[in-house]
Design a protein around this ligand. Structure first.
Ligand code: SAM
Length: 352
């Protein structure tokens, strides 16, 4: 089956030449190992769509900020494909922030060594679960280890080990822990560290304030693009250490009125997402497919809501005349044709 992401963007337009070449984004985005973390609700598959969006801004994007970083697969995909010059990451979860700060530091090779050497046993899982990390390095390892050995990659206190406490399942605790591949990927990512503006452990709100105060790109404030991927409306408290209550969702909605730069936000397609953002001129829907373990059951999470200042601008310039389109993204293991920036490229998606 053929899906055309670009069809959405070019509908109603006069199919101009692409502003910037970013076909290589697709190659990176379809790598299943973009992020060393298995993140529940990870948005790797949205990366081609986001690349397409940011290729249509009025000025090229120099800094891409992911203030709900999690597995950070969108920021990393865009960076590796040179669709953006630099990235900045933050997350309120201490372990997640410690992980990314270590990956993009000179301690990355020590982290890789530890991954090569660590025991991958239930005993180590229990030890890591109870551990109070004394250093950022220990927190980074704890994040990685529990992410690779717990159900659905969840760092939540209640998440159990893959294979269960009895380890009687056909999937043992180490089945998602290909140590050499993962360690090599961490080394590979660490080479990008001079293109990482910052990694911080803090709320998205503080990151918005920090970037505003930094006064980056004073002449071209629109050189910054933000990707907000907050905790889900539904069940997020079962997936993440740090989740949102109703007032947090409302505060984020208000914050989007004054973002310093362009922005894209994704949400699970929940009635509350539609009530907060349905009237926004940058509202659209995208079909994604992934599974999450919720209440001991594997559930399919499908449609996402996307809201973006870029979509709103395109609509206001009359370059996009649809509303609330549902966009189908490529499924795993299928060869698909994805049109990025108006140009088509072959895209063989890989298994995740
Ligand atoms: C949906 S996940 C992000 C997934 C990520 N986009 C990916 O592709 O892997 C939401 C993240 O927001 C973080 N978070 C929760 N509350 C936050 C807050 N107030 N500020 C910043 N991050 C927060 C959680 O720790 C979690 O990592």
């Amino acid at each position: 089956m053929i899906y055309r992401i670009g069809e959405f963007m070019s509908r109603g337009t006069s199919l101009e030449e692409p502003q910037r070449e970013n076909a290589s984004v697709v190659r990176w985005c379809t790598r299943s190992d973009v992020s060393p973390l298995r993140y529940p609700g990870g948005k790797r598959k949205l990366a081609p769509f986001i690349a397409d969006l940011i290729s249509r801004t009025t000025v090229p994007i120099k800094l891409f900020v992911e203030p709900f970083a999690g597995g950070a697969s969108v920021a990393i995909s865009l960076l590796e494909a040179n669709a953006v010059e630099r990235i900045a990451l933050s997350d309120l979860d201490t372990l997640v922030a410690a992980f990314w700060n270590t990956v993009f530091s000179s301690r990355a090779s020590s982290l890789a060594d530890r991954i090569y050497d660590c025991p991958i046993t239930l005993g180590e899982w229990k030890r890591q679960k109870d551990l109070e990390p004394q250093t950022e390095f220990d927190a980074a390892f704890k994040c990685f280890f529990l992410n690779r050995t717990s159900f659905s990659g969840s760092l939540h206190n209640k998440a159990g080990p893959i294979g269960g406490m009895a380890q009687t399942s056909k999937y043992p605790i180490d089945c998602r822990f290909n140590r050499s591949k993962l360690a090599e990927r961490i080394i590979e990512l660490s080479t990008l560290r001079n293109r990482v503006q910052f990694v911080r452990k803090q709320s998205y709100y503080k990151t918005l304030g920090d970037v505003r105060r930094m006064k980056l790109f004073k002449e071209e404030p629109k050189s910054i693009a933000w990707y907000f991927d907050p905790p889900f409306f539904a069940k997020a408290n079962k997936l993440y250490h740090k989740s949102f209550v109703a007032s947090d969702h409302a505060r984020l909605r208000a914050a989007t009125d004054s973002v310093p730069g362009e922005w894209i936000l994704s949400y699970d397609d929940h009635p509350d997402a539609r009530s907060h953002y349905g009237g926004h001129p940058g509202f659209a829907r995208v079909n994604l497919q992934y599974t999450a373990r919720i209440d001991s059951q594997e559930r399919l999470v499908a449609t996402e809501v996307i809201v973006s200042s870029i979509i709103a601008d395109l609509r206001s310039r009359g370059e996009l005349n649809d509303s609330a389109a549902i966009i189908q993204l490529p499924r795993r293991r299928q060869n698909s044709l994805v049109s990025i920036g108006g140009r088509s490229v072959e895209n063989a998606t890989q298994a995740g």
